[in-house]
Design a protein around this ligand. Structure first.
Ligand SMILES: [Zn+2]
Length: 296
């Protein structure tokens, strides 16, 4: 009898716990921004993988039908790629404050309040147009290739102009034994995610399956100050670089992106690379064919 009572109490406790959990989850859902619209997509071999992006959602059509898609091999002599040896006509980078980094179910991405004026307003100028740095994120392995060689990872610095057009600076990253102080936060973010044991760093779990919900609330690591000086020094202020007109490398694969792939690669410590891959796994779109002028 006592056993039965204990069992009944245990069941009641379980039910009330799960009610609390479900309630908390719905509060989370109501309390923060939902993921961007558009169908779920992946980097896998499944039906939501890169080969199928164009068919997943009408919003993603350009991924399948676009004529200027990215990434590409920048160094095979394609006529639409130019090796630019002159520096940007203006490059205004200063240290960023209060940068929040996390894994968003596709990439490890860092954002900050960029609506404020300097110092959190970094920019580059291309053809008299000013593009402000909006966020930066990573792909592993690299998306762009140089003479058929892909790097271990690629950093994308995404800039946006007032008319919403985009310019991305791509920095190729190669693994080295020593850590690069610029990327040390990646290891700290990975540790924080591991400690919370919420696979890949999501704080919201599906109340039924218990699985983390991608696109929902994430574990974030705050960096007080991101100083780009070592990166600018190592890459010659992103010069020389390959310039071409391409696209976003993720759905909706929007074209008209001004790409700037930096020729000098930068070192990423082995432990830092391991942490990056632990967080984001494989997240690289395959090389895109470009129709030639003859219509092939
Ligand atoms: Zn990217």
């Amino acid at each position: 009898m006592k056993l039965a009572l204990n069992l009944a109490l245990a069941v009641a406790a379980l039910i009330s716990t799960s009610f609390v959990a479900a309630d908390q989850t719905s509060t989370h859902h109501a309390g923060h921004k939902r993921a961007a619209p558009g169908a779920h997509w992946t980097y896998g071999q499944d039906n939501a993988g890169p080969q199928h992006w164009g068919a997943l959602d009408p919003l993603y059509g350009t991924c399948g039908t676009g004529k200027e898609q990215s990434p590409i091999d920048v160094a095979i002599g394609a006529p639409f790629v130019a090796l630019q040896k002159k520096p940007f006509s203006a490059l205004n980078y200063s240290p960023l404050r209060n940068v929040l980094c996390g894994y968003d179910s596709h990439t490890v991405k860092c954002e900050w309040n960029s609506t404020v004026t300097a110092p959190n307003k970094n920019s580059i100028v291309i053809k008299d147009k000013t593009y402000n740095l909006l966020q930066f994120h990573f792909h592993s392995p690299s998306e762009h290739r140089v003479n058929n060689h892909f790097a271990d990872a690629e950093l994308h610095l995404v800039h946006q102009a007032e008319d919403k057009s985009l310019a991305v600076v791509g920095v190729l990253l190669e693994v080295q034994a020593n850590s690069n102080p610029f990327f040390e936060w990646v290891v700290k973010l990975d540790k924080k995610v591991d400690q919370l044991e919420h696979g890949h760093g999501f704080l919201v779990k599906d109340p039924v399956s218990g699985e983390p919900v991608p696109g929902e609330e994430q574990v974030k690591y705050k960096i007080d100050k991101v100083d780009f000086s070592p990166l600018l020094k190592a890459t010659g202020k992103f010069t020389p670089r390959w310039e071409y007109e391409g696209s976003l490398t993720t759905p909706p694969c929007t074209e008209g992106v001004a790409w700037n792939v930096v020729r000098t690669s930068v070192g990423l410590g082995l432990k830092q690379f391991d942490a990056l891959v632990d967080l984001e796994s494989y997240n690289s779109r395959f090389i895109q064919d470009r129709p030639t002028k003859e219509g092939n």
